[in-house]
Write a protein that binds this ligand. Structure first.
Ligand code: ATP
Ligand code: MG
Length: 455
């Protein structure tokens, strides 16, 4: 059978402009080997099997034995960047019936929506168990393909009967953020991946070498620059379970029961391993003790509970903790010990390249007028955090709509006007403050804790 013609390729991320299109890029050589041409459907086999449409590789990728695919296809194939997958030519059948369910929230479905989704899915190969993203007003809503008839790889067409359930099929455990949603920050992504993905995916490596994997990574840096985003992307791409604990919630939602809440988090984590526990805004859970405020007793008990629980994870390879804060200076220093948060990673203010990527991400689904000059916007937005750029893009869209409710595109002047309104979050003082903290911490850790690293 022709199914025997297969090629093994290494997975690479897709370029921004290919994201969400259900296609993969492979080079001419690979196409020839499996006997497909541009536009054909192939089967992709990682831990799961999924399907996608073939597009030609970029010139610079020729002969590299890679396949570029976006986060959704990686998720559907059960692979991460850098891993190997097998591809072969696929026979797709027209779908008689496809049943979808929203992944994360309840929606209301009418016949208009059903035909809208059907149009969106037309000519996309789907497989039972896949996730698909349906763009609705610039937002992508994730659905699970609950079942198809016939089974296997099917294509949705005019005649397909499409059913959309209103309730989620199962609670989505993993946030739907992929590396493509994170602009720039290449260095930070790389480092976090190394520390989080490696131990979760290949604990045997560490066992064999007899070394303890890093237990906790603390992401710190100016607000709005992608710490939370990065943590979610890593969780998603490492295919681990993900438990998020928002610092401020520990105290508000669980009044009087904060310690129990912490205990509960770790208990859940142990049953969900491999798992990433993400303490977002950890400064609010674990501010320096002895502050003397009225609730300092509670804080104290919560911190010691947290420390006890973290220490209890020693020897567990498949639980990794990520913390994030924009106030590293007020975090209890006891958290920065070996076996606790032993890696410290600065998530920096976006440089030109990162801002360019962030602009691209947040204007991806926006109809832009020809005069929109992103490079110029990048040059004009020094000190703008990622969140500022996101707000600026949104505001530009709003400006265009306010001016003309029938506006078809967003123009440069809308961006310029929006920029007047959205001011930068970051300042020179702020950056100096992070540098100073890093210097101080290095001084105080010197000699004492050689295992704690700024990476
Ligand atoms: N590198 C980036 N690429 C794309 N979007 C970004 C980036 N950085 C920030 N953003 C946008 O800004 C929003 C806020 O970012 P995020 O929540 O990750 O910031 P943070 O570093 O966690 O800030 P804080 O310290 O206030 O918690 C994101 O949801 C995203 O829309
Ligand atoms: Mg955050």
């Amino acid at each position: 059978m022709e199914g025997s013609k297969e090629v093994v390729l290494r997975v690479a991320e897709s370029k921004q402009r290919d994201v969400g299109r259900g296609k993969v890029r492979i080079d001419a050589e690979a196409m020839k080997k499996i006997g497909v041409s541009v536009g054909d459907v192939i089967e992709i086999e990682g831990k799961r099997k999924t399907a996608a449409i073939v597009w030609p590789a970029y010139t610079e990728d020729q002969g590299m034995d890679i396949i570029r695919m976006d986060g959704l296809i990686r998720k559907n194939a059960g692979v991460g960047i850098g891993e190997k997958i097998t591809i072969r030519k696929a026979e797709s059948k027209p779908a008689n019936l496809v049943k979808l369910a929203p992944l994360s929230f309840t929606i209301s479905v009418d016949s208009g929506f059903v035909s809208f989704v059907k149009r969106r899915l037309a000519d996309t190969p789907v497989v039972e168990g896949d996730n698909v993203l349906i763009p609705v007003l610039g937002q992508a809503i994730p659905f699970a393909v609950v079942s198809t008839k016939p089974s296997g790889i099917v294509m949705v067409n005019e005649e397909t009967t499409l059913t959309i359930l209103e309730k989620p099929a199962e609670a989505a455990k993993v946030p739907r953020v992929t590396y493509e949603d994170v602009g720039g920050l290449k260095d930070a992504i790389e480092k976090v991946r190394e520390m989080v993905e490696l131990p979760l995916k290949h604990p045997e490596l560490f066992k064999r070498l007899g070394i303890d994997p890093p237990k906790g990574v603390l992401l710190y840096g100016p607000p709005g620059c992608g710490k939370t985003l990065l943590a979610k992307a890593v969780a998603n791409e490492s295919e681990a379970n993900f438990i998020t604990v928002k610092g401020p919630e520990i105290f508000s939602k669980w009044v009087g029961e904060s310690e129990r809440a912490i205990r509960e988090v770790f208990r859940k984590a142990r049953t969900a391993a491999p798992v990433v526990i993400f303490f977002d805004e950890i400064d609010s859970i674990a501010p320096m003790r002895g502050g003397g405020s009225s609730d300092s007793m509670v804080t104290e008990r919560v911190i010691s509970q947290l420390l006890t629980e973290m220490d209890g994870l020693v020897g567990l390879f498949n639980v990794v903790i990520i913390g994030a804060t924009n106030r590293p200076d007020i975090i209890d220093p006891a958290l920065l010990r070996p076996g606790r948060f032993d890696k410290l990673l600065y998530v920096p203010e976006p440089d030109n390249e990162t801002r360019l990527q962030i602009f691209k991400i947040h204007t991806k689904d926006m109809p832009l007028a020809k005069d929109v000059d992103i490079d110029r916007l990048v040059a004009m937005t020094m000190n703008y955090a990622g969140s500022d750029i996101e707000a600026l893009c949104r505001e530009a869209g709003m400006m265009a709509l306010r001016e003309d409710p029938d506006a078809k595109e967003v123009q440069m002047r809308h961006f310029l006007k929006a920029k007047e309104k959205i001011r930068p979050t970051i300042s020179e003082e702020m950056l100096k403050y992070y540098k100073a903290w890093e210097e101080r911490s290095k001084q105080s850790l010197r000699g004492k804790s050689p295992l704690i690293n700024f990476i």
